[in-house]
Design a protein. Structure first.
Length: 175
């Protein structure tokens, strides 16, 4: 009799395990974004990253091989004001969107952007709110550099991970 009860209980636990496992599988999903972009929300602004062709949406910057306390080599990008209609200078701001493919927490990196009008330094998380990076006149290009530092004191698990940047540039007139 004890053998029959034990077998019955084993069958019930087995069935519960299968039901729980299939319910979990039915409600689990994941998605991975690939690549990274720099784009503009302003007509008349165009971008070029690391010497590639200008466009309103271009392949951005992927940073890898990060070592705590050491800045990456500079990446370059140019912002071009092709607006010939208004003839106005555009005040350009840059913010980074959260790229879900990025393996690092936003507070673990410091990003420095210098467009020749004063370097701006902040954490990746801080860049999500955006910063003014410079003015670019009509028909002019603004040359910029960007480097990334994995902050000292981050966990060893961060070393060597890749960071991806989706940057959005916005130009405004009269700001």
């Amino acid at each position: 009799m004890n053998k029959k009860i034990a077998m019955s209980l084993l069958s019930v636990f087995g069935a519960l395990t299968l039901v729980t496992g299939s319910a979990f599988a039915a409600f689990t999903t994941s998605a991975t974004a690939t690549g990274n972009t720099f784009s503009t929300t302003t007509p008349g602004l165009q971008l070029s990253v690391d010497g590639r062709a200008f466009g309103v949406s271009v392949t951005g910057i992927a940073v890898s091989g990060l070592i705590p306390g050491a800045a990456t080599p500079n990446h370059t990008f140019d912002v071009y004001n092709s607006d010939s209609d208004t003839g106005a200078t555009q005040a350009v701001s840059l913010n980074f969107n959260n790229n879900v493919s990025s393996a690092l927490p936003g507070s673990d990196t410091t990003i420095v952007v210098d467009c020749g009008q004063g370097a701006v330094s902040d954490s990746y998380t801080g860049w999500m709110t955006g910063h003014f990076i410079g003015n670019v006149g009509p028909g002019a290009k603004m040359a910029c550099t960007m480097n990334v530092t994995l902050n000292s004191g981050v966990p060893n698990t961060d070393q060597g991970l890749q960071d991806l940047f989706d940057g959005v540039f916005t130009g405004s007139i009269g700001s």
